[in-house]
Design a protein around this ligand. Structure first.
Ligand code: PLP
Length: 275
């Protein structure tokens, strides 16, 4: 299976040839990046945590004033129904110009490998941690297709010999990754920053991880934390829908072990995707 494309038409979602363009040249979603999207993992003919993703799509759409067309939710089942049995990456995209589609592609080999762990560097986001919550026009915590800066940060990581990034604020707080939520474990307690307070994306995987932590008896705190605390942590994790719950094996060149909390949560997350 290579690519499946489901397009929302006036008659509902329909499978279309992925080689045929579906976007208009004058769509502001293309011209100005005013589109919203969600990325879901498909495992064994099921998309994971669909409700949480669609709720966040609505939240992003509200922030960008992108109208979500009626019936966009049905794109998920339409695309997944045409997919084979293997893992896949499902992107649901809605542009301000009114095009909505779901694109299903194989999981990149690097993402699969990254589930065993990644190396990361800290990079500044150039803002104090509390600023984006006070300045909603900066669109902190919005999953818009304007991800060029996020991709540039990943290229910077690569240039520094690492695979991923943890953004830090100018006042030294931990924020998130360009495509992931960050958490760490200190003294057996899992810690992650509060998304709304520091203007980061509320991760669906982090949400699942917290309920798994509750079930497994792992203590957790949702609170702000400093990069010094991160560096002194016992475990550092990056979480995202397709990568799952992955250990950070080196941060700014300093090695971290893949610790027990990350391993337990990671296994429980994979199991939750295959009920
Ligand atoms: N933070 C950002 C900026 C992201 O782009 C993503 C996912 O792509 C996440 C966090 C993790 O979110 P989720 O776990 O819902 O995939």
């Amino acid at each position: 299976m290579t690519t499946v494309l489901a397009l929302l038409t006036p008659d509902g979602p329909a499978l279309v040839d992925p080689a045929v363009p579906v976007l208009r040249a004058d769509d502001v979603g293309v011209i100005r990046g005013e589109s919203v999207f969600e990325t879901l993992r498909v495992v064994g003919r099921r998309a994971g945590f669909v409700d949480a993703h669609l709720a966040r799509l609505q939240r992003s759409a509200d922030r960008l004033a992108v109208p979500l067309p009626a019936g966009h939710e049905a794109l998920v089942d339409c695309a997944v129904g045409a997919w084979g049995d293997e893992d896949g990456v499902l992107r649901v995209v809605v542009t301000k110009g009114g095009t909505a589609y779901a694109l299903l592609t194989p999981v990149p080999a690097a993402t699969v490998a990254g589930r065993r762990g990644v190396t990361a560097v800290t990079l500044t986001l150039g803002l104090p941690a509390g600023l984006r919550a006070q300045a909603p026009w900066l669109l902190g915590g919005v999953k818009a297709t304007s991800y060029a800066a996020n991709m540039a940060a990943l290229r910077e990581a690569e240039a520094r010999g690492a695979q991923d990034v943890i953004y830090v604020s100018t006042d030294g707080e931990v924020l998130e990754g360009p495509t992931s939520t960050c958490a760490w474990v200190t003294g057996g307690v899992l810690v992650t920053p509060p998304a709304d307070e520091v203007g980061i994306l509320p991760g669906t995987t982090m949400g699942v991880a917290l309920s798994l932590a509750e079930r497994l008896g792992v203590a957790y705190e949702v609170r702000r934390g400093t990069v010094d605390e991160l560096r002194a942590a016992d475990e550092v994790l990056l979480l995202g829908s397709v990568r799952g719950i992955a250990p950070v094996l080196a941060l700014d060149g300093v090695a971290f072990p893949a610790g027990p909390v990350t391993t337990r949560l990671g296994e429980a997350f994979e199991a939750a995707l295959r009920p």
